[in-house]
Write a protein that binds this ligand. Structure first.
Ligand code: HEC
Ligand code: HEC
Ligand code: HEC
Ligand code: HEC
Ligand code: HEC
Length: 215
């Protein structure tokens, strides 16, 4: 029987099949890059805030403890954002003419909270709780990075499931003494502690089953 297609179409179809597979691979790769991009995760993005509050200034330079402002981080799921009154403890006296602080004075005078934009925001189907992490000796730094070096705060990690799991599989290396949870630039060697031993002492578990975070 005569050939219906010329021999050269074999090569052609091979090229198209290969091209199709290649194109699909590129698409999948692009989609993966897209979901990991900071546009999707919010990582490293600095948001515009009503007041340019500097963590660098207030923590590293003035030495204010994180818990002075994020008061509920040890007892509750939420760390908490300080009310304007906390700012006014100092700013009714210091820099009380600064134009940069005008929205703070306005908020205080009119008793309306400052509308801070959320930097970290997990989807509603994920359960997260600060207190357990703090109680088990996980430092703020392990999840939020060097906040003391951020003039304007940003999300240091992806907050994707894989990131949570990478620690949950083996949290021991991220264990530090409970009284060091807010320390920035923590190095176990400076404190003569062994994270693995501490993890044992605090009975740190590896929690990776789905219902831990999806309830
Ligand atoms: C003087 C008060 C103050 C201190 C001290 C302070 N913070 Fe904050 N923090 C704030 C305010 C106000 C905001 C909200 C404005 C913003 O996001 O910049 C905030 C925001 C944050 C956020 C982002 C919240 C979000 O929207 O997701 C994190 C994380 C954070 N602080 C961690 C820390 C850590 C860690 C420390 C200690 C090293 C610390 N803060 C010390 C006042 C403070
Ligand atoms: C414990 C005292 C204290 C608290 C509490 C505090 N601040 Fe400050 N803040 C200071 C001091 C001191 C300076 C000025 C430091 C310098 O420039 O040397 C300052 C500077 C600032 C500046 C820069 C002002 C300018 O004109 O450069 C802003 C903005 C600011 N603070 C916002 C806030 C906000 C918002 C809060 C509440 C979440 C807050 N501060 C809480 C002590 C404080
Ligand atoms: C195990 C990781 C982890 C640790 C440790 C951690 N955080 Fe967070 N933090 C998060 C995540 C995740 C969110 C976002 C929560 C959400 O969207 O519901 C968050 C949100 C916040 C917020 C915004 C308000 C809120 O509660 O949602 C502040 C402020 C904050 N963290 C401060 C701190 C401070 C201060 C410490 C240390 C004492 C700390 N965090 C330790 C992961 C962590
Ligand atoms: C740097 C390490 C680390 C990271 C990152 C981390 N966790 Fe954890 N998480 C822990 C440790 C340690 C515990 C306590 C385990 C135990 O009970 O001994 C814990 C416990 C929990 C619990 C159990 C709370 C309870 O009451 O049973 C939840 C929920 C949780 N983490 C959610 C998350 C989520 C969601 C993320 C990511 C957004 C995350 N964690 C990221 C270390 C981490
Ligand atoms: C330590 C906490 C943690 C555990 C354990 C966990 N997840 Fe997640 N999961 C998350 C977080 C955080 C997100 C949100 C990720 C994001 O916003 O990109 C998520 C998102 C998801 C999503 C939405 C799709 C996606 O990837 O964004 C699915 C489906 C899911 N998880 C299924 C599971 C299943 C099934 C298990 C058990 C094998 C599990 N998760 C265990 C934290 C966890």
């Amino acid at each position: 029987m005569a050939q219906i297609f010329h021999r050269s179409t074999n090569a052609l179809s091979r090229i198209t099949i290969f091209g199709g597979v290649f194109f699909l691979a590129v698409l999948i790769w692009a989609a993966d890059q897209w979901t990991r991009s900071s546009y999707m995760t919010g990582q490293d993005v600095v948001l515009h805030q009503p007041v340019p509050f500097s963590h660098d200034h207030h923590t590293a330079q003035l030495g204010i403890d994180c818990r002075y402002c994020h008061t509920s981080v040890e007892e509750s799921a939420f760390a908490g954002i300080p009310p304007t009154a906390t700012c006014m403890n100092c700013h009714n006296l210091i820099w009380n003419e600064s134009p940069m602080l005008e929205p703070v004075r306005q908020s205080y005078a009119t008793n309306t909270p400052i509308q801070w934009q959320r930097v970290h925001d997990l989807p509603d189907f994920v359960y997260f709780n600060h207190s357990i992490h703090v109680a088990k000796g996980v430092g703020c730094e392990s999840c939020h990075g060097r906040v003391d070096e951020m003039p304007l705060i940003y999300q240091a990690e992806t907050l994707q499931m894989e990131w949570c799991l990478s620690c949950h599989r083996d949290p021991a290396p991220n264990t530090r003494p409970r009284d060091q949870v807010v320390t920035m630039g923590f190095d176990p060697k400076d404190h003569g502690v062994d994270p693995a031993q501490l993890a044992e002492e605090y009975n740190v578990q590896s929690l990776i089953y789905c219902s831990v975070c999806h309830r």
